[in-house]
Design a protein around this ligand. Structure first.
Ligand code: CP
Ligand code: NVA
Length: 331
């Protein structure tokens, strides 16, 4: 039977089979080609989506807006201050109202429970644009980028360095387990992913032929890596006070030249962005000056180096989000 994701919400990758993820990857590639060759694909003309952002965003918001426009959709954007949700109206009531007007709802915020509750009540597909726990739309873009750059997913040695229990660490471990990449979390044990999720991913990995490894050893962890991936050390929603302890814990896990030299010679560097690779941002500058650093989770040399694929990865957010919208709203 042909694969059909129509009507499905996209809340976390754990809810999807490898075949369904493959379908989204192939659709992303198809839509990327249409976009690159200038062939119109406004297949959802007449429909509307709403984007709820309780945290800030550049890539995710713009991807939904551009993808929506390319598909012919009407798009409404609401930031944290722009709706009644959570203040004067419950999540369930908001979901039932928006579900009567829109054909799909994107939500970026704090709790995974909120996006799950929206999906339970909306009656239309809900897409998770990042919660504290998971960032699933980023996963389709990342898998697409790896496949484009390395020509394969199965058997790729994928090393995630940094805060391995944040939304990116969790999501990448699930994505690798599902699609057969060997996932190595290289982090201090205080920042290893939760044991329950690790166990779940190990079971999934058994089926796909992948492995899940947690190590504190940078040299062991990055050896034979095909992908070195990192993310910010302090995520949105965390208090500024955690910077000091996080820097102390994660400084040995900075992605720098020696890490890249230890990886395979063809290895690529990835980051979901935004990144603190210099002091040209307000937070980067404040933190850098306070703690005497010029770069944080990745050095400028690696970020700007020829192994870095971060801007191709960022572009792929748009193509893959378009695929997720098209597949779940359907035509
Ligand atoms: N990677 C990512 O989600 O970026 P934004 O926070 O800019 O959306
Ligand atoms: N872990 C980061 C990801 C940003 C895309 C955060 O939640 O801020």
């Amino acid at each position: 039977m042909a694969l059909n994701l129509r009507g499905r919400s996209f809340l976390k990758l754990l809810d999807f089979t490898p075949e369904e993820i493959r379908y989204l990857l192939d659709l992303s590639k198809e839509l990327k080609t249409l976009k690159r060759t200038g062939i119109p694909h406004d297949r959802l003309r007449g429909k509307n989506i709403v984007l709820l952002f309780e945290k800030t965003s550049t890539r995710t918001r713009c991807s939904f807006e551009v993808a929506g426009s390319d598909l012919g959709l009407g798009v409404t954007y609401l930031d944290a201050a722009g709706s009644q949700m959570g203040k004067k109206e419950s999540v369930a009531d908001t979901a039932r109202v928006l579900g009567r007007m829109y054909d799909g709802i994107e939500y970026r915020g704090f709790s995974q429970d909120t996006v799950e509750e929206l999906a339970e009540y909306a009656g239309v597909p809900v897409w998770n644009g990042l919660t504290d726990e998971f960032h699933p739309t980023q996963m389709i873009a990342d898998l697409l980028t790896i496949e484009e750059k390395l020509g394969r997913l199965k058997g790729v040695n994928f090393v995630y360095m940094g805060d391995a229990r944040n939304n990116m660490g969790n999501s990448l471990m699930v994505a690798c387990a599902k699609m057969g990449l060997n996932f190595i979390a290289c982090a201090p044990k205080e920042l290893f992913p939760a044991e329950e999720l690790v166990e779940e991913c190990k079971k999934i990995a058994k089926v796909s032929g992948a492995s899940i490894t947690l190590t504190e050893d940078v040299s062991e962890g990055s050896k034979n890596a095909d992908v070195i991936y990192t993310d910010v050390w302090v995520s949105m929603g965390e208090p500024d006070e955690v910077w000091e302890s996080r820097l102390r814990l994660l400084h040995p896990y900075q992605v720098n030249k020696s890490v890249m030299d230890n990886a395979n010679s063809e290895a690529i560097f990835m980051h979901c962005l935004p990144a603190y690779h210099d002091l040209k941002t307000k937070i980067g500058k404040d933190v850098g000056e306070k703690f005497g650093l010029t770069e944080i989770e990745v050095t400028d040399e690696v970020f700007e180096g020829k192994q870095s694929v971060v801007f191709d990865e960022a572009e792929n957010r748009m193509h893959s989000i378009k695929a997720i919208i098209l597949a779940t709203i359907g035509v």
